[in-house]
Design a protein around this ligand. Structure first.
Ligand SMILES: Cc1cc2nc3c(=O)[nH]c(=O)nc-3n(C[C@H](O)[C@H](O)[C@H](O)COP(=O)(O)O)c2cc1C
Length: 216
């Protein structure tokens, strides 16, 4: 099989990215950069919880007093196609199933956000948009970051899985021999894109190997 040379076609044009208050803001930054650069993607809605904003500040050193500047601060570009929405704005477009949003991820996803989504409480825009994704049967990828896991976490994961979400813990792989943390986060972001039905040509693809042989 030859490597994918051109980006696969997709029916996903608009993606919602939720950032909640779990460690791993770098994953969200990587994903947003890839979505921003992806010509298949027409628009991105970005919503972050208060705890998410705190983690972005603590882990990336990015503080956006005006949330509207957050997309460009995260991507390092003009980020024209990324629209920042306040988590308090429960009347924003993505709070309705009629909005043109094709897929959503929460990255990173806190145990708290997972619990709210599993319970369907939909008390803020992030969890409401996730709830809408489930009811509209659109792809919802929850990149949970918590360890160890208690029984409540495990039950909530099963609950959202049964409701149609993909639970995708932020567990990076090492078999492609990443050299930097950015390599790790980038390859994880490609896996998330694949789950969002946006497979990327730069995603490392296992080609198979015999035990003990160097992989190419
Ligand atoms: C520095 C810091 C790191 C945190 N890391 C995690 C984490 O990795 N996973 C998690 O589930 N919660 C973590 N939390 C706790 C959540 O931020 C907290 O439960 C918060 O209420 C989640 O709210 P949200 O789901 O609305 O973002 C962390 C909190 C702080 C301050």
């Amino acid at each position: 099989m030859t490597r994918l040379k051109i980006m696969a076609k997709t029916d996903v044009r608009v993606v919602t990215v939720g950032i909640s208050g779990a460690s791993g803001a770098l994953y969200a930054q990587m994903l947003l950069r890839l979505l921003d650069a992806d010509q298949r993607v027409e628009g991105v809605y970005l919503v972050a919880s208060d705890a998410g904003l705190r983690l972005i500040s603590g882990e990336l050193g990015i503080v956006a007093a005006d949330g509207k500047k957050l997309p460009s601060l995260l991507t390092g570009t003009s980020a024209k196609k990324i629209e920042y929405l306040s988590n308090k704005d429960i009347g924003a477009s993505i709070a309705s199933g009629s909005a043109a949003a094709d897929a959503m991820t929460v990255i990173p996803c806190s145990a708290g956000a997972l619990g709210a989504i599993a319970a369907g409480t939909a008390g803020d825009l992030l969890t409401r948009a996730a709830d809408v994704s489930l009811k509209e049967r659109r792809p919802l990828v929850l990149c949970l970051r918590e360890t160890p896991l208690n029984r409540i976490h495990l039950e909530n994961m099963l609950r959202v899985h049964d409701a149609g979400a993909t639970v995708m813990p932020t567990m990076p792989a090492f078999y492609y021999e990443p050299k930097t943390i950015e390599d790790l986060a980038e390859q994880f972001a490609y896996r998330v894109l694949a789950q969002l039905r946006l497979p990327h040509e730069k995603q490392y693809r296992w080609k198979g190997s015999n035990v003990g042989e160097k992989r190419g």
